[in-house]
Design a protein around this ligand. Structure first.
Ligand SMILES: C[S@@+](CC[C@H](N)C(=O)[O-])C[C@H]1O[C@@H](n2cnc3c(N)ncnc32)[C@H](O)[C@@H]1O
Length: 327
């Protein structure tokens, strides 16, 4: 191996390690058919956010689209109408229970499979015009690997869109959860699962550029929805996290945290319900048409882009890039 590519590989590895260091492994999801059904019932906030993501992604009739982390498939069903009978939409989710619900939506060229971000290697290079991950990226620990695979399976000129929670902009609900944990246990235990895979917009930009994607749009948007009462908030968090919410401590400790959390939530009750505001990062990025990222020649894509060419700044970035939030 020549010196320069070798140095670039080391820099790439160090860059990823420093971005994503010290995150605990994801606990096994406490997924069940009940939680999946609950998600189908309470996922209006994700659906509204997803429609915004899809509109930014400019999906067209005839497009071939991958919905990675599709949940129960509501958004994929919506996208299937946009691409029409000449397009196709594939939804993937690692939860068999969610896919069982999604499969009831299968029709024409809309299909679903049990698979996650670790399973993209089976798709040939250049398979999709559009790939999106709606409120999924913060559940993925191997972010660089996932973006590599996405860059590989996008067609040249194809686009990826993702919406995800911003690490540096915790919502009011997230702050209350942390407060409740500290008050109940006196500390934040290291094993406690509290969205450890969140990323900042700046880190996301760096990762996307490292895999050779060109950033079209990067912004943080405010979203908000209402839960009926404290129980509803907890049900939403449980279902949205596939049961991972507040796992990693004993059942008794978890009960104490949740009791405190609900008492705090009760102070936020209004006649309309409890407002759940959640700022979200939106990224739209393109695989350049020229041969630079996720090339269509299969194996050569296993190499980080920094080993083949130096990372460049985006030629266009519609909004924040430096990233400030309207919140
Ligand atoms: C908050 S839900 C969002 C679901 C869907 N995108 C929507 O808009 O309703 C997060 C989803 O990410 C899925 N997920 C978790 N880890 C994943 C991974 N490594 N790869 C793909 N999906 C994953 C979960 O099973 C869950 O369905």
């Amino acid at each position: 191996m020549k010196t320069l590519p070798c140095l670039a590989l080391v820099a790439y590895a160090l860059g990823c390690a420093s971005l994503l260091a010290a995150v605990p492994a994801s606990p096994p999801a406490r997924e069940s058919a009940e939680l999946a059904a609950q998600y189908e019932a309470v996922s209006r906030p994700q659906f509204i956010q997803g429609k915004k993501l899809v509109s930014l992604l400019s999906i067209e009739t005839g497009d071939s689209v991958l919905d990675l982390g599709c949940g129960t498939g509501k958004l994929a069903e919506y996208v299937a109408k946009l691409v029409g009978p000449k397009g196709r939409v594939i939804g993937l989710d690692p939860s068999p229970e969610r896919i069982a619900i999604a499969k009831k939506r299968e029709a024409g060229r809309l299909s679903f499979q049990v698979a996650g971000s670790d399973d993209l290697s089976s798709f040939p290079s250049g398979s999709f015009d559009r790939i999106y991950l709606n409120y999924v990226f913060h559940w993925i620990d191997k972010k660089a690997d996932t973006l590599w695979q996405i860059a590989r399976i996008l067609k040249p000129g194809g686009r990826v869109g993702l919406s995800t929670g911003a690490k540096d902009q915790p919502s009011r609900i997230q702050k209350l959860i942390r407060e409740s944990v500290r008050e109940a246990l006196g500390e934040l235990p290291p094993g406690l699962f509290l969205s450890p895979f969140r990323i900042s917009a700046q880190e996301l930009r760096t990762l996307a550029e490292q895999v050779g994607l060109r950033i079209i749009d990067l912004q943080i948007l405010p979203f908000s929805d209402y839960a009926k009462d404290p129980d509803d908030v907890v049900a939403f968090l449980d279902a949205s996290s596939s049961g991972k919410f507040l796992t990693g401590v004993g059942e008794e400790e978890r009960r104490r945290i949740i009791a405190l959390f609900k008492r705090k939530l009760a102070h936020l009750q209004t006649p309309r319900g409890i407002e759940m505001e959640h700022p979200a990062i939106f990224l739209i990025a393109e695989k350049p048409k020229e041969r630079s990222a996720g090339t269509t020649d299969g194996r050569s894509n296993d190499q980080p882009s920094s080993a083949r060419h130096s990372s460049s700044h985006p030629r266009s970035c519609r909004t924040v890039c430096g990233v400030s939030s309207p919140m």
